[in-house]
Design a protein. Sequence first.
Length: 437
Amino acid sequence: MPPKQFSDKYISLSDAVSMVKSHQSIGIGIAGSEPPGLFTALAERAKDLEDVRCWTCLPMRSYDIFTKPEMAGRIFNENWFYSASDRQCHPEGRVSYVPNNLHRAAADKLVSTKGHLDNFWGTATPPNKDGYMSLSLGIVVQKDLLEAASLKIIEVNSNLPWVYGDTLVHVSEVDYLVENHVPLVELTSEPPTEVEKKIGHYIADLIEDGSTIQLGIGGIPNAITADIMERKDLGIHTEMLVDGMVDLMEAGVVNNRKKTLHPGKSIGAFALGTSKLYKFINRNKDVELYRGRYTNDPYIVAQNYKMISVNTALQVDILGQVCSQSIGTRQFSGTGGQLDTHRGAQMSPGGRGIIALRSTAKNGSISTIVPTLAPGAGVTVPSQDVDTIITEFGVAELRGLTVKGRLEALIAIAHPNFRDWIRDEAHRLGIVPKTIF
């Protein structure tokens, strides 16, 4: 039951979604902070609506409002970062990608609407006795959207961890609360493959004692985690907190003691993983979450000494252009914070921006190191920003190299089956003309 002192704030899910009107916009909490009760209830109301635009980012569940063909003309998904369901729906025209760098995502979106947002839907812990709630698993864009919205509704879930940082919101700052105490979304990772272990080993060799790290999720970050268990005094300043970071913190490898920004604290913008992570961050004063406009500002990232940013990619061409967001013209994910942290790390004293990828895709049938990106591919990291590229065949340090020098460095870490093809195509296309010496 809702606390008596705040009972006037609580309404039903059906009442909450009844407040949405045609031609309105709804800003949504991202990833683990999405409100599943409100999303599900909106599907029942959709038949009465037209042209409702939802601002989403990395939806973690499949919702009828986004996946069902009958939602065409009723609900449209404006998305900062695609997940599997978005990739499926994209050809049907009910979702469109919003190009962004994460630290500017909320601000730029609000610029496009002259600062106007009709509704904000997010999630939070139940209010404490003083009326404060924790936005819990993330505040990448949540606080910015909440502050801009005309109508603010929070879906309260007692399973959410109480997380410190800039996460607190008072009940007086929102219009309504709805209850939906459901299990949290969990994102698990498969154990790293042998190829991923090789990549992780190369990356681990570049992480020195006292470094501050930013890692993503998946096999490669898991491999890195296993390889740096002997390091000392590491710190965390990251976009996303993941399970592997818990291992490092529990082992004392990460203690944040030598961080130059937020010493003693692991800093992130959102958390996404399993119950292991969620239990660890609950009321843990060593972990703090801040808005994406802060954590991912390259000039903030750069204030961390020996900042190491590790991100993954789909393709890299011989100019050094990195594509991490699309497969040719087909949108796959998004830029997210990749360029933010990649740039910030290179401005950090002793820092490095690393892009890691397997040398091949589709069971070894195609090379991920290519003469040119696939037609229509989005450039996530421009050639002038690229730093270090790593595959299972080694490390290519590209900063300051000519295109000819980059060709040679990238061929050296490409799969041997494709090295001659890359060189021949570079000559044929005139990107690197063939010389006699």
